[in-house]
Design a protein around this ligand. Structure first.
Ligand SMILES: *Cc1c(COP(=O)(O)O)cnc(C)c1O
Length: 767
């Protein structure tokens, strides 16, 4: 609802249009409301009312007739249900219950219902003027408190904004309107964006750098909603949020425990703070999916051995690690039992930083209990201080770059004034208020009952999709004839019903069981589907909303089967149909069911997967599927069919042992030779050179090398690339060969420059 929109009242009453005293009174109330500029919508029947209960976000006050459908017990029960449904979705929306006639005590009205409504109205006892006034006042109050702290102030000031002599120089959008392109820009985004782009010029809105005024109030409110002692809004993504935490918690000479599966921003933070990384190595499974760091790496003993083995601790002031950073959930949707991780790591470090860039919603659904940082009841003044950095924009509703740092203080608390120095080093003095407002709105959206409703919706849709895919596979995935194949799902084949203790196949499991029981999603030791070994039970859970589809080709033991369809082909096909996935592996494709999901949106995905299957089974020419590919590389692909290309690609991966090399490349830590900061220093001074991958044996890289997928660093700055025939360079060489063999299906590897098909990596010049 646009806050500038008129107040909207919904009336659920089938007696409005009757020629009764009640009907006539209601008509006059509606007339009064409309005269005062409100919008009134009326819903005439019980069935419509149920539909309307799902359309609440645009309504400021609801009037509902208690005798909807007639004065009977059954009807009262239906009305009660509707009221409960409205309340379940929105605990603040004013509900007025209409009764008629006044002389008679309303029948069937329970205390339970009286508690849920705001006012009980005898329409004929008061004047229509008076009642319209009460309704308007309730709607207005609701509209005002419905807004979040910063957003509501921003609205006020953008209304008042008239003639400005300060920045931003576009002055409420006026500057844009002076040239054609500026005008097009202005028209495209609409006036409101520009009028509300006030930035630091309006004192009354407070300051992000000082956390004062409405901005400070919004941060406090977000802290309450997200369960933190303190929350900092960040307008440059979790890339910056991570750096802020590092700047506030570690400095030169400090040892930091770093998840090797960390985001590039953690590497940058290590470079900038000159701290010393000691790595925690995540596990990998047969699909190349990155799993959790095993708990046996997190014990004080194991950590102390790692620190001793790290050659860089000679640069450290103390060999006692001060900070740890863990990615939770992982990119493939695996969530740690955060309480367990804290217990283990907390014996060594005083501060634990969970990078929850993909996981800001966890607190709002009981499915994730114990598996995220800002948990209720986790506060422990003897425990470690815990940070969570969340890209609010990634899975909640916020604008790109909107991120938050949450802090829960433990035995070494964060002192705000010191921490804020690091915050300010990374924050613009002219932050975009639109981003701040979106953070504030996002917090409000998750507050109260809507947090659970919104997350339930994502989880339910994901489960429906997962079950449908598994059912299709049960029908047609037997591989008895060539066209008997379907896509697999990376999920359990069966789950245990917690009530009866019985095993039920995933395809038959009721939605509620899958939605409400974390144990259905836990990677239990000994279960084959997940492919991770040596796990502790309950330590790691697959998040149902991060959905991995498996393309045919990988056997249960991780070897490539004779029949296979590399994911790249499916991804490219879906792309032509306007379906964009989050990321893909050799034989896996990840889809996210975020808060933006709509019911049944996944139906289109299944339709397109069927379409891919049809094109494959009918041996369709690539010309018909990827005309662009043929246009760009006619010599390479003309006359080829989809199965032919799939087979050639699959055979390439098998012959080059791509999955095995990948696995080996990631299972050993490369030798660190110089620090990140030292490597960066040489990069700036230019004492580096581009080296072809075939000549990189023994060389030390100046920048990190991160193949996507899996997106975790193969090499970090200052590390030695290993032998020319070693797994790291073999793997990079394999990627390069794949790219030249299959033009149009190039890999994306950060840190690699591709010149005429040649992979080049920036290495330190040898003296
Ligand atoms: C995306 C991501 C980041 C960076 O977040 P942005 O909001 O894009 O800056 C940090 N950590 C992880 C794990 C991420 O996936």
């Amino acid at each position: 609802m646009n806050p500038e929109e008129k107040l909207t009242i919904a009336i659920i009453d089938d007696a409005i249009h009757t020629e009764t005293p009640h009907g006539r009174t209601m008509k006059r109330i509606i007339q009064k409301l409309e005269e005062s500029g409100l919008v009134v919508g009326d819903v005439g029947s019980l069935t419509d009312a149920r539909a309307a209960a799902a359309q609440l976000p645009g309504i400021d006050c609801i009037l509902i007739n208690w005798d909807l459908g007639g004065d009977s017990q059954q009807n009262h029960e239906s009305t009660t249900k509707i009221i409960h449904e409205i309340r379940r979705r929105n605990d603040e929306l004013p509900i007025f219950l209409l009764a008629e006639p006044a002389s008679q005590a309303p029948s069937g009205l329970t205390v339970e219902i009286i508690k849920e409504i705001n006012e009980y109205v005898y329409a004929m006892d008061d004047t229509p003027d008076f009642l319209a006034g009460r309704i308007t006042a309730a709607a207005r109050r609701y509209r005002e408190q419905m807004l979040s702290p910063f957003f509501s102030e921003l609205i006020k000031f953008s209304r008042d904004f008239e003639y400005s002599w300060h920045t931003p120089g576009h002055a409420g959008g006026t500057a844009f309107r002076k040239t054609p392109v500026g005008r097009a820009f202005h028209t495209f985004f609409g006036e409101q964006l520009f009028r509300s782009d006030l930035s630091i010029s309006v004192d009354e809105l407070g300051s992000l750098l000082d956390h004062s005024g409405p901005i400070g109030k919004a941060e406090k409110y977000a802290a309450k909603v997200f369960g933190a002692d303190k929350t900092y809004f960040v307008t440059n993504g979790t890339s910056t949020a991570n750096k802020i935490v590092f700047f506030g918690a570690v400095t030169e000479g400090d040892v930091v425990l770093v998840d090797r599966n960390c985001h590039k921003s953690a590497e940058h933070a290590l470079t900038m703070t000159h701290s010393v990384p000691v790595y925690l190595i995540p596990s990998r499974n047969r699909y190349g999916i990155i799993g959790p760091i095993h708990p046996d790496q997190l014990t004080p003993d194991a950590i102390s051995k790692k620190v001793q083995a790290c050659p860089f601790t000679k640069y450290a002031d103390s060999d006692h690690p001060v900070h740890a950073i863990i990615t939770n959930s992982t990119y493939d949707g695996l969530c740690y039992h955060a309480a367990r991780v804290e217990h283990l790591l907390g014996q060594t470090v005083d501060r634990i930083h969970f990078d929850e860039a993909w996981y800001g919603y966890a607190r709002f659904n009981p499915l994730y209990r114990d598996r995220f940082a800002m948990r209720n009841g986790a506060k422990d003044s003897n425990g470690p201080t815990v940070f969570a950095t969340q890209s609010t924009h990634k899975l909640l509703a916020a604008l790109s770059q909107a991120s938050m740092v949450h802090v829960r203080n433990g035995r070494v608390p964060i002192e705000h004034s010191r921490f804020n120095e690091g915050f300010m080093m990374h924050t613009s003095t002219s932050p975009l208020y639109t981003i701040i407002a979106s953070l504030d709105v996002s917090a409000k959206m998750m507050d109260g009952p809507s947090g659970k409703i919104l997350t339930d919706e994502c989880i339910e849709e994901a489960i429906r999709f997962r079950r449908t895919m598994a059912r299709i596979n049960r029908e047609i995935g037997h591989r008895e004839t060539p066209s008997d194949w379907w896509f697999g799902m990376w999920q359990p084949d069966a789950v245990t019903d917690p009530k009866s203790g019985k095993r039920i196949s995933f395809t038959d499991a009721p939605l509620e069981i899958l939605r409400d029981n974390p144990s259905c999603w836990v990677l239990h030791p000994g279960e084959n589907w997940h492919g991770f070994e040596g796990l502790e039970d309950d330590y790691c859970m697959l998040d149902p909303i991060k959905v991995t589809i498996l393309t045919p080709g990988v056997a249960d033991d991780g070897r490539l089967e004779p029949f296979g369809i590399p994911a790249a082909l499916v991804v490219k096909f879906l792309d032509t149909r306007g379906i964009i996935n989050e990321k893909s592996g050799d034989y896996s494709i990840l889809f996210l069911f975020s808060v933006g999901i709509t019911k049944g949106k996944w139906g289109t995905l299944i339709t397109e997967l069927f379409e891919f299957k049809r094109l494959y089974d009918e041996n369709t020419l690539l010309e018909e599927i990827f005309p662009d590919l043929i246009e760009s590389y006619p010599d390479r692909y003309s006359g080829m069919t989809l199965p032919e290309l799939a087979e050639e690609m699959h055979a390439f991966k098998r012959d080059h042992r791509m999955l095995e090399t990948l696995s080996q490349a990631f299972s050993l830590l490369p030798e660190p030779v110089i620090t990140f900061a030292d490597a960066y220093k040489r990069l700036v001074r230019g004492t580096v050179e581009q080296v072809p991958v075939e000549k990189m044996g023994g060389r030390v890289v100046a920048t990190g090398v991160v193949p996507y997928p899996p997106g975790i660093p193969l090499l970090l700055p200052g590390e030695r690339a290993g032998d020319q025939n070693g797994p790291i360079l073999e793997y990079l060489k394999g990627l390069q060969d794949f790219d030249s063999r299959f033009p149009g299906f190039n890999h994306d590897t950060h840190g690699v420059e591709v010149v005429n098909g040649q992979y080049l990596v920036s290495c330190i010049k040898e003296e």
